[in-house]
Design a protein around this ligand. Structure first.
Ligand SMILES: Cc1ncc(COP(=O)(O)O)c(C=O)c1O
Length: 440
């Protein structure tokens, strides 16, 4: 890609000279980069004293993606968690006032990470429950055109795969459509894949790296593709603050590397992580066990909710559920959703997050984190939700359009009973919950 074209695609920071790198201090680092010492291949090369390895992280990223794709350690830039990675890559790609498209519902932290200090705008891309919140070409076009009408320059599209808050993954066809879209518009694609290893059931996770590596029939300027990753979710290490920008664009790798000074991962942490991630047996077992436990927790929670006719969006990933409480709303508005949320937090004493905080346009959706507590606490939370729902009489008397419990393999156990009998039965799972038994 020509220098002028690169300048148009990237930010002024990325293409300018503000880093003050014209000093012998940085020249030494550059000397190493262009002529690195190797005991046999390059014994006369420059010896680097103090740089930590990216090898283990690159290998781990491949492992998490089923080793169907490999990652080049030289394209990895570390940052303070995915939070730092998002800001860093945004600083590289866009100038203040420019925009990224983001399909809703999306992680509320993006409003801070991509927007706050960079001055970049986020433009929501519409989605709806009618098609399970899928990202569609029509919605992308609509958001892009709206931005153009408002004279806002769109610099990129940010997707989260698997999605927070939906817990769903983007299928291969959608990913291909997205790659075509960003290529046609010549805008960047940032893929947040920090939940890649939380996929606990079929269909399998497909990384954007697989799409661009395998799909020969997709025309793709890989300079436009960037992955954000971190160990916060897949390894459960949010406190280590290990985040990654993996960019296929050399200029972005270079710029991000300079910027990473502001959010370095300590050498000690890097050494620890490298040692841990290099242990193949440990990593394989850890990921398998983690997926098994997530599936168990997910199934237990959705089954428990189904018993009081609460459904969740069907999902196979993530540390949360996207719970549908729209039937508990006084009216189908975001204000009513807020009122319900206040009740849940103040009276039921559960910190769930309302859909509006994820920019979800449809009222009644709530994200429930299910992986950050032990089994006992989960039972308490489940019992509280179920008791709360049971108090809402209208749920019991109003016939549901969808027979929710049929979606959750409970048909056999409920077949012989009327739903009301089930709710009032002394054998109902509510009065027989482990919590109640333990206390009486
Ligand atoms: C989609 C998504 N991206 C980024 C982050 C931030 O992750 P980190 O803790 O690695 O900064 C989160 C955290 O919840 C997230 O859900």
């Amino acid at each position: 890609m020509g220098k002028q074209q690169q300048q148009q695609l990237l930010s002024k920071i990325a293409t300018g000279n503000g880093h003050a790198e014209n000093s012998p201090y940085f020249d030494g680092w550059k000397a190493y980069d262009s002529d690195p010492f190797h005991s046999t291949n390059n014994p006369g090369g420059v010896i680097q004293m103090g740089l930590a390895e990216n090898q283990a992280v690159a290998k781990f990223m491949g492992q998490v993606r089923g080793n169907r794709v490999t990652f080049d350690p030289d394209r990895i830039v570390m940052s303070g968690g995915a939070t730092g990675a998002h800001e860093m890559v945004t600083f590289c790609l866009a100038d203040p006032g420019e925009a990224f498209l983001v399909p809703v519902p999306y992680y509320p932290g993006f409003d801070r990470d991509l927007r706050w200090r960079t001055g970049v705008q986020l433009i929501p891309v519409h989605s709806e429950s009618a098609n399970n919140f899928k990202v569609t070409r029509e919605a992308l076009e609509e958001a892009y055109e709206k931005a153009q009408e408002e004279n806002i320059r769109v610099k990129g599209l940010l997707i989260t795969n698997p999605s927070n808050p939906l817990g769903t993954i983007l299928d291969r066809e959608t990913l291909r459509m997205i790659v075509r879209f960003i290529n046609e518009k010549s805008i960047h694609l940032v893929c947040d894949e920090i939940y890649a290893a939380t996929v606990f059931n079929q269909p399998p996770f497909v990384s954007i790296s697989e799409i661009i590596a395998e799909d020969a029939d997709i025309e793709c300027n890989t300079d436009l593709i960037h992955i954000v990753y971190s160990l916060s979710k897949d390894m459960g290490f949010p406190g280590f603050r290990v985040g990654v920008v993996y960019s296929y664009n050399d200029a972005v790798v270079n710029c991000a590397r300079k910027m990473s000074s502001f959010g370095l991962v300590s050498s000690q942490t890097q050494h620890l992580i490298a040692a841990m991630l290099s242990d193949d047996v440990f990593v394989t077992r850890f990921l398998a066990e983690s997926a098994r436990r997530l599936e168990r927790r997910h199934n237990g929670f959705t089954r428990g909710l189904a018993q009081v006719r609460i459904t969740c969006l069907e999902s196979n990933a993530g540390l949360f559920l996207w719970m549908d409480l729209h039937r508990l709303l006084k009216e189908q508005t975001l204000d009513a959703e807020m009122a319900l949320w206040k009740l849940i937090i103040n009276e039921v004493k559960l910190n769930v997050s309302p859909g509006s905080s994820f920019h979800c346009p449809e009222p009644g959706w709530f994200r429930v984190c299910i992986a950050n507590m032990d089994d006992h606490t989960m039972e308490i939370a489940l019992t509280r939700i179920r008791n709360f729902v049971l108090q809402k009489k209208e749920l019991v008397v109003k016939p549901s359009k969808k027979k929710c419990w049929q979606d959750h393999n409970l048909r056999l156990s409920l077949k012989a009973r009327r739903f009301d009998d089930f709710l009032m039965s002394p054998h109902s799972p509510i009065s027989q919950s482990p919590l109640v038994q333990a206390r009486t």
